[in-house]
Design a protein around this ligand. Structure first.
Ligand SMILES: *[C@@H]1O[C@H](CO)[C@@H](O)[C@H](O)[C@H]1NC(C)=O
Length: 260
């Protein structure tokens, strides 16, 4: 009996560790169910391989596969501060999970902290799309006036960094709130966006800081076109000399989803 339960335990452990990491959120467009049938499905498989290899190589890819009605457009990207190895793991998990979760849908999106992947029969490149989700830390900051001022200044600074030519849509930075509290913030646009559209996507996300994330210790806006996040702990790379990565969802208790 003991041996059997040990074996069962090992068996489940093996299944569990072979599984890829869960996304923060995914969206399958039910209207796109069985769109294009098996031809589309085969095209999506090829497209996913292209998306994975392109992202591993360059951190970003926007491409398509197939012809006519069966053509599917895809975009995949890693956050610009993430290492090649972490990016590779993330985008492979994303491709695997989206296929499992959104089987037979021609229109789907999947969000992780380190990467994003999307495909659709409609060419969506270059458009600002603010569908996605918000995640926030339920804990409140102790001194909202100081915190919000510092947050506003930091976000202004990293936003202008993100829209500079050559920045690849990434801006990040930190600032001290007090001798005990350091604030970290990062913005990342999808690289298919123009500088103007990147600025617009970030601006919409930041507007939500005051409504949805007002006075919260941390907040994440995960849109289909950009990612904006701030925390009172280190979460981006490279880490400073006395910093270590904090398990990212520990203090988060609420998710608010916006369906595209
Ligand atoms: C944070 O502040 C809000 C608004 O004042 C309040 O409703 C909420 O209970 C607070 N949350 C915590 C965890 O104290």
């Amino acid at each position: 009996m003991n041996l059997l339960s040990n074996l069962l335990f090992l068996f489940f452990l093996c299944i569990y560790s072979a599984e890829s990491a869960d996304p923060i959120y995914y969206f399958c467009n039910e209207d796109s169910k069985t769109y294009g049938g098996s031809q589309t499905s085969r095209n999506i498989d090829v497209l996913l391989n292209k998306l994975v290899s392109g992202t591993v190589q360059n951190g970003f890819i926007a491409t398509s596969y197939g012809v006519g009605k069966y053509q599917i457009y895809g975009l995949a990207q890693c956050r610009g501060d993430v290492s090649k190895d972490d990016c590779s793991v993330c985008i492979q998990d994303a491709a695997e999970n989206i296929r499992d979760h959104c089987a037979n849908r021609a229109d789907a999106r999947i969000w992780y902290d380190y990467c994003f992947l999307r495909y659709s029969p409609v060419k969506f490149f270059g458009h600002v799309d603010t569908s996605g989700l918000y995640l926030y830390n339920v804990e409140n900051v102790t001194d909202p006036d100081v915190f919000n001022k510092k947050l506003g200044d930091l976000v202004d600074q990293i936003s202008s960094e993100a829209v500079k030519p050559g920045s690849k849509g990434l801006g990040k930075g930190k600032t001290d709130i007090s001798s005990f509290v350091r604030l970290y913030a990062l913005v990342q646009c999808n690289r298919d966006l123009s500088e103007l559209n990147c600025a617009q996507c970030i601006a919409i996300a930041i507007e939500k800081f005051s409504s949805i994330c007002g006075n919260k210790k941390g907040c994440r806006v995960l849109y289909s076109s950009c990612y904006v996040r701030y925390e009172v702990y280190p979460f981006f790379f490279p880490l400073g000399s006395h910093e270590s990565l904090v398990d990212s969802l520990v203090s988060y208790k609420s998710i608010m989803a916006l369906k595209p």
